[in-house]
Design a protein around this ligand. Structure first.
Ligand code: CTP
Length: 404
């Protein structure tokens, strides 16, 4: 379940063309189980109607500090007291300048100023033209807003409504949603560097053929995402998969087991935790042909012989940092039967403190799974759930082990 579920968020819109993304954001927040109270400035209403935002949020929108619906006529106090956070998206250059100076000449800025600073975080998603964004005045304001404890989200990069291209446009709704979810996630991995391998590897037979397996990479990507949400800085070494990079995660794409080994060894040096979820091909063709192998019409099939691939997890777990425990190594075991017995044996064989077992054929490509955590003292089951939810539980479990 999303960390946003059950939260009450005041979604503020100031004036900017990015307001159309706020409609999507509002919808996504409601879908995540958030109650959304929309507050709009007069300028915001030039870009988006209050009717649209009311329909999407399911609550009347506030646009004026003189709103007579509030019995005490203090919308700015009432709205900010019941919020878990105020999110201003889009936050225009002008609105940020106003926040900086404690301006309060309309409801949204008045409410931001009147919020109990220690209890109601203020998160802003800037949205503006690239020249406005890079202007020293704006950059000065952003720095000061951050120093004042306001959470300023990144800006997006690319085509802008004005026809120019550059930094300054507002993040997409799903990116803001990810950042908000991360904001509310307890930072149990704060300051930690986490390295994850994910997906299958592909071992070439010739330039057009190879051997691989059915791993989708979903579990590893979910773990990378959960670790980042928990405050870690995350490096993801991914085999060939069709998955978007989790927000805030540094990703390196590789193809073969040997490329994955090189990338993992390189990044293991700085890591505190290594989680090997990749379904690495056990063997590769002994020879990879430079040119496509052609049928010669004789009916003869080509002779293929294989050599064993390096074991990435064992190599890193048995390196000095892995063996001493400075680098906490976690293995995965994809088994088809006798999960506990195989996972227990594999943990010892690989030399890792924690091995996570799952039934491979049942989980490849699926969005859910069940995990068995095996360590020196026994086994614990994480029952059937979405891979996202299991990833969060696994990261929480690893975080506890790091403090022991
Ligand atoms: N692994 C690895 N490099 C390999 C093979 C496996 O890093 N060449 C890692 C996987 O990422 C996983 C763990 O080792 O974390 C176990 O992988 P699995 O394929 O289940 O085990 P194998 O070592 O291949 O053992 P077996 O073939 O006996 O099941």
């Amino acid at each position: 379940m999303s960390t946003l579920a059950g939260k009450h968020i005041v979604l503020g819109l100031s004036g900017g063309i990015a307001a159309f993304k706020s409609a999507e954001l509002c919808r996504a927040l409601v879908k995540a189980g958030v109650t959304v109270q929309v507050v709009m400035t007069e300028a915001a209403e030039k870009f988006m109607t209050a009717v649209t935002m009311q329909a999407l949020s399911g609550r009347p929108v506030y646009t004026s500090q003189w709103d007579p619906r509030e019995a005490n006529n203090m919308a700015h106090i009432n709205l900010s007291r019941e919020a878990d956070a105020i999110v201003v998206a889009p936050a225009s250059a002008d609105f940020m300048a106003k926040l900086l100076h404690g301006g309060a000449d309309e409801l949204l800025s008045l409410m931001c100023l009147a919020r109990p600073i220690d209890q109601v975080p203020l998160i802003v998603a800037p949205a503006m033209n690239r020249e406005m964004w890079s202007n020293p005045a704006t950059q000065r304001n952003v720095a000061q807003l951050k120093a004042d404890g306001i959470h300023v989200l990144d800006v997006g990069q690319g085509d802008q409504a004005c026809g120019e291209t550059g930094d300054g446009r507002m993040l997409e709704a799903e990116e803001i949603l990810e950042d908000l979810e991360a904001f509310f996630t307890p930072k149990v991995m704060s300051g930690k560097q986490v390295l994850v391998t994910a997906g299958p590897t592909y071992e070439a037979i010739d330039p057009v053929r190879g051997i691989t397996n059915l791993s989708s990479g979903k579990m590893g990507f979910a773990i990378a995402r959960a670790a980042r949400m928990a405050g870690a800085s995350v490096t993801l070494v991914a085999g060939p998969v069709h998955l978007p990079t989790p927000r805030g995660v540094q990703r390196f794409d590789v193809r073969s087991a040997r490329q994955m080994l090189n990338a993992a060894v390189l990044h293991a040096d700085a890591a505190d935790v290594f989680i090997a979820t990749a379904a690495v091909a056990d063997w590769r063709p002994a020879h990879s042909a430079d040119q496509k192998i052609k049928k010669d019409g004789s009916g003869q099939t080509p002779e293929l012989s294989f050599v064993e691939n390096p074991d990435i997890l064992a190599t890193i777990a048995q390196s000095p940092r892995g063996a001493s425990g400075d680098l906490f190594c976690v293995g995965f075991a994809a088994e088809s039967h006798d999960l506990l017995a195989h996972a227990t044996a594999k943990r010892l064989r690989k030399g890792v403190p924690l091995l996570v077992g799952n039934i491979g054929p049942a989980t490849f490509g699926q969005d859910d799974n069940a995990l068995l955590l095996v360590d020196a003292s026994g086994a614990r089951e994480l029952p059937h759930a979405s891979k996202q939810a299991l990833a969060v539980q696994l990261i929480d479990d690893i975080a506890v082990r790091l403090t022991r």
